[in-house]
Design a protein around this ligand. Structure first.
Ligand SMILES: Cc1cc2nc3c(=O)[nH]c(=O)nc-3n(C[C@H](O)[C@H](O)[C@H](O)COP(=O)(O)OP(=O)(O)OC[C@H]3O[C@@H](n4cnc5c(N)ncnc54)[C@H](O)[C@@H]3O)c2cc1C
Length: 403
């Protein structure tokens, strides 16, 4: 255990930063903890921004803890509106943008990601919005309540959840997706098609295979020459790691901040967790950034333990969910470059898809089949290799494969 005289600094007061601070105290660390966050708010979880907060009721944001409770309950010094602007590995200090210097014995980088920008749209006509923080969600909620005509750039999770909310508010909504299908990185076309049909039945239009190239006075210009009328463009084309702190430490972080299975970076006593971390994924067979709620929580908790001296590898397979109208879709591991076994009847609206690479189970997906997914996640986590013939048999009980 790290000495009670030690001081831990957490750069980034988002979900991973907040969960790590809680875990440090839960594991009995009695030293100082300072959490420095760029946003004006205490840590909160982001899934509510594209779900509950975009409903018809005025739902306020829910924080992991109220600002005062970080100090009074956990003895954590939380500084909001305090982005870390510099970091010195030799002196073991971080400096905030307003010039305050904080010493550390261990540093956790939990600076997350920021939306990838689509430049050249601002100022020509429709408003341009992104969806990453509380302010973005409140702005977008106002726009959909105003029944704006909305063009959403990007048919990924964020774009599609935004489309659900817009459609429920009666907005004329068009999603522009460069790929020939929705959620191309995560879903097989069988499931993408179901999602697209569900959206269409709620009035959402899709244009595939092209992108937005510019804005006009009354809408957007597409690469295929078409023009779509719009009052608002919501851009949801993925995220990129926020690596200011890592770069100050000399870490190359274009694809993410590389960590080992304990969350250690290449700089001694500097760790990283959450969206910004570039970590090994057995399912993918390569290093990836895992941009999910579950990773922001569980990796942060595991890395907090390792900062105190535990040596426990964090190897949970990636997992996320998305809600699209009445469809609850969950994805674990990697669904790309693999053979797929469908269990259940897609037409029934409740089924799962298992991804195999050779004899290896590498991914799973469920549509309104959370119980199957719970079992499949356990199989993936335990690195089980159930026989393909068993998985193909509708009568096979997945629980048997765990034994
Ligand atoms: C709208 C939305 C909906 C989502 N829905 C789902 C979902 O349904 N299911 C799912 O699995 N995942 C979902 N996610 C993803 C999930 O929320 C993220 O994976 C998670 O928030 C990552 O946590 P994090 O702490 O790593 O990063 P963040 O939550 O981004 O926190 C990082 C924090 O660090 C701050 N920061 C950045 N630079 C600095 C600096 N230099 N100094 C100090 N602070 C800094 C940032 O301002 C931010 O507050 C969603 C994300 C969004 C945006």
């Amino acid at each position: 255990m790290l000495a009670a005289s030690a001081h831990i600094v957490i750069a980034g007061a988002g979900q991973a930063g907040g969960r790590a601070a809680e875990a440090l105290r839960a594991r009995g660390f009695q030293g100082g903890i300072t959490m420095l966050g760029e946003e004006a708010h205490p840590p909160y979880e982001r899934p509510q921004l594209s779900k509950d907060m975009l409903g018809t009721a005025d739902k306020p944001v829910t924080f992991i803890k109220q600002a005062r409770d970080w100090s009074s309950v956990l003895d954590v010094r939380l500084e909001t509106g305090a982005p870390v602007a510099d970091c010195d590995a030799d002196r073991r200090t971080v400096t905030t943008a307003d010039g305050r210097v904080f010493g550390f014995d261990r540093l956790l980088i939990a600076t997350g990601t920021r939306p990838r920008r689509l430049d050249g749209l601002e100022g020509r006509g429709p408003k341009v919005q992104y969806l990453r923080n509380v302010e973005d969600a409140l702005r977008f909620r106002k726009s959909i309540r105003d029944k704006s005509r909305i063009v959403i750039v990007g048919g990924g999770v964020i774009g599609l959840e935004a489309a659900c909310a817009a459609a429920k508010h009666g907005c004329r909504t068009t999603v522009i997706e460069n790929e020939p299908q929705l959620l191309a990185r995560a879903l097989p076309s069988l499931v993408s098609d179901i999602v697209a049909d569900r959206h269409r039945s709620h009035g959402v239009d899709f244009i595939f295979g092209t992108t937005v190239t510019g804005a006009t006075a009354g809408g957007v210009q597409l690469g295929n020459g078409a023009e779509i009328p719009a009052d608002l463009i919501l851009v949801g084309i993925g995220v990129e790691p926020v690596a200011t702190v890592a770069e100050r430490l000399g870490l190359l972080a274009t694809a993410g901040i590389a960590v080992d299975a304990c969350g250690r970076t290449a700089v001694p006593d500097v760790f990283c967790a959450g969206d910004a971390a570039l970590q090994w994924s057995r399912c993918h067979g390569r290093d990836i950034r895992v941009e999910t709620w579950a990773n922001a929580q569980n990796q942060a908790i595991a890395v907090a333990g390792n900062m105190l001296g535990e040596q426990k590898d964090y190897v949970d397979p990636p997992w996320f969910w998305t809600d699209q109208y009445d469809l609850n879709i969950q994805v674990a591991g990697d669904m790309c470059d693999s053979d797929h076994i469908v269990r259940g009847e897609p037409a029934s609206g409740r089924f799962s898809v298992i991804a195999m690479r050779g004899a290896d189970l590498v991914g799973a997906l469920s549509v309104n089949a959370a119980k199957d997914m719970a079992m499949l996640r356990r199989l993936l986590a335990a690195n089980k290799r159930p026989a393909r013939t068993d998985l193909e048999s509708p009568a096979f009980d997945l629980r048997a494969a765990l034994k």
